[in-house]
Design a protein around this ligand. Structure first.
Ligand code: XLS
Ligand code: MG
Length: 345
């Protein structure tokens, strides 16, 4: 397999302003134009979007107006040579999503979530992408007794069916995360996401998106999650970032917490030929709260730089030497070989 050439992507929310649950923003608000210009200046190829990143305030607009505004943004992106990688319905902010979208106990709220998802599919069609990403933020429990896990799985499959039926060309990429904001999410891992795909009317159009930090929060190694998804041909997008153990979702720069875990992600992407069907490498990273405005783009620039360096590390890994150690079951020296390779001369 020839070495893949990667294309890069990030989202408008990744130029965040420093707010956290305990304090306000630490950097002034920036316009969408600034974010788009910054993404271009960084040499990225695509932008990923929530539905309301494309049409702010879409809840209060008619669907004709929403699609008109999406079309205007699509024209601008075309003019800038930037691709819309995906659209994701934001089902965690609006009052109708307090108890979840597709798994809410309120039937009217479940319908609102499905309707909004269908609208996101229409927006995706205007934006020229066939990928709808589902980060199922509140599809879980805050209190175990409040919902039935079995019923929630059925509701999730039903919601996917409605989306698949809405547009014959749309593909759904489920982005699992085990917790936060809920105590427990119903689709916490890639295995869960791909198993759910089998319950839908068209399993071939339901795949997944892996975020490094989400896998780590599930106690899993993201490289193994990537290998698993790619064994099924189901890794349709990727959010690289980093996470220091079982804490709040940190979205650190790629490789920031554990360079070896990052190396292994890049190595399996290389081995599996990620990107050969047009998939993008997206960085779902945030600047540290302490970041000054003049250093605003560093988390993206540095993530890309680390990724590129690790591609070189993967391509120059001493495979023959490693294989000889594997045959000899000398994993002790294999361990050191990896460390020496990463540290360099
Ligand atoms: C949040 C998610 C979010 C998705 C898109 O944790 O990573 O940013 O990627 O909805
Ligand atoms: Mg993500």
């Amino acid at each position: 397999m020839s070495a893949p050439k990667y294309r890069f992507c990030t989202g408008p929310w990744n130029f965040s302003e420093g707010q956290d649950p305990y304090g306000p923003t630490t950097r002034p608000a920036q316009t969408f134009d600034w974010k788009l210009a910054s993404l271009k200046a960084l040499g990225f190829d695509a932008m990923m979007f929530h539905d309301d990143d494309i049409v702010p305030g879409l809840e209060d607009k008619s669907s004709a107006q929403v699609l008109k505004e999406a079309g205007e943004l699509k024209k601008r992106l075309d003019g800038e040579g930037i691709i819309a990688e995906m659209v994701a319905p934001r089902l965690w902010f609006h009052p109708t999503t307090i108890d979840g979208g597709y798994t809410s106990n309120d039937p009217a709220h479940r319908q609102a979530a499905i309707d909004r998802s269908k609208q996101s599919i229409d927006i995706a069609a205007v934006m020229g992408t066939d990928l709808l990403v589902l980060w199922l933020a509140r599809e879980g429990t805050y209190l175990r007794e409040s919902k039935s896990g079995r019923r929630s799985v059925e509701l999730l499959a039903h919601a996917c069916d409605e989306m698949l039926a809405h547009h014959s060309g749309i593909r759904l990429a489920i982005e699992p995360k085990p917790n936060e904001p809920t105590d427990h999410a119903y689709l916490p891992t890639i295995g869960h996401a791909l198993a759910l795909a089998q319950l839908t009317r068209d399993p071939r159009r339901v795949g997944c998106l892996i975020e490094s930090a989400h896998a780590i929060l599930a106690g899993l190694d993201p490289a193994d999650e990537i290998d698993f998804a790619m064994s099924f041909g189901k890794l349709w997008s990727l959010h690289l970032n980093d996470q220091n153990g079982l804490k709040f979702d940190q979205d650190k720069p790629f490789g920031s917490a554990n360079l070896r875990v990052a190396f292994n992600q890049v190595r399996v992407l290389e081995r599996n030929g990620y990107g050969s069907n047009g998939e993008f490498v997206c960085f779902d990273v945030h600047p540290f709260r302490t970041t000054k405005p003049e250093h605003w783009l560093k988390h993206l620039e540095n993530s890309r730089r680390t990724f590129d360096r690790l591609v070189q590390k993967a391509r120059t890994f001493p495979e023959a030497e490693a294989n000889a150690l594997i045959v000899d079951r000398n994993y002790q020296d294999l361990d050191q070989l990896v460390l020496e390779h990463l540290m360099g001369k």
